[in-house]
Design a protein around this ligand. Sequence first.
Ligand code: GLY
Length: 341
Amino acid sequence: MRIEQVSLGERSYPVVVGRGARAEIDALLPREARRVAVVTDAGVPRTLLPELGDRSVTVHVIEPGESAKTLSAIESLCGQFSSAGLTRIDTVVGVGGGLVTDVAGFAASVYHRGIAVAHVATTLLAMVDAAIGGKTGVNLPDGKNLIGAYWQPCAVACDLDALDSLPARETRCGNGEMAKYHFIAREDLSALALDERIARCVRIKADIVAADEREGGSRALLNYGHTFGHALEAESGWVLAHGEAVALGLLFAAHLAHRTGRIGAERVEDHYGVVHGLYDLRPPLPTGLAIDALIASMARDKKALGSLTFVLDSDRGLEVVRGVSETDVHAAWADFTARNA
Ligand code: GLY
């Protein structure tokens, strides 16, 4: 078992990576918690639910899919927690992918003004990104994760047993986030064994979160590929999975960095080499997308702060760039669609 620590003072917590890691969760929950609400979705095999000793456990199954990631899902869950008798000292355990950990974490953050939560990540994407770092939330019709809270878990288990039955599309989604870390850390993670690769991604993310928990600065780099990716997800009616949209977002960001004079053409090709080659990600671009609608969606992005804002590559590495012009975005879209449509 590999253990990576997210260092946040009194709110520090371990991320346990390995086969059977779910068995570690019980010992990492608050001792006093007598009731545990396990939140999961119908796609998660019941064999992945952790054993929780002599605590009283209720299981709450949420709908799968981004369209179910709503405030009404939070209201429903909190009502179920109340019916199950959860008090302020009790605990939520999210078992699933990013959707489950975002929803379970957000429900825990508001129930009784905040109770403890732990996660068992069962998808590659949740292991390397969503379950770690305390971002929780739900969508609005206007965009993804527009309502939420920072609420750190008390422990995370990345159980590699879950990956045995993971659909290929879900694996590709995790690879989309791994490709992102490749550019953040400028390291070839694809060369590592899977457990080492997951632990390395966790370590990269844990260091960024420890330095900037609430995204005042460097944490924004974790959104590389996400400004365009989130807009693609919303504007295509959620037909793209998150990691697929991020993979396309990384390529769009490379074209935009080139159009804004930040990187040369060879670095754009490096992006294609990493995304298409190393991580084998070639999700088709949905048809019927209009760049003006995508720009409107990107302007609503949480990072936008009044102007179009992207994480873009440069000789110095990734940087947050504010005030990107619509003209450059249109030009990058033309370059991007010429290669990807
Ligand atoms: N998924 C980006 C972050 O956690 O900041």
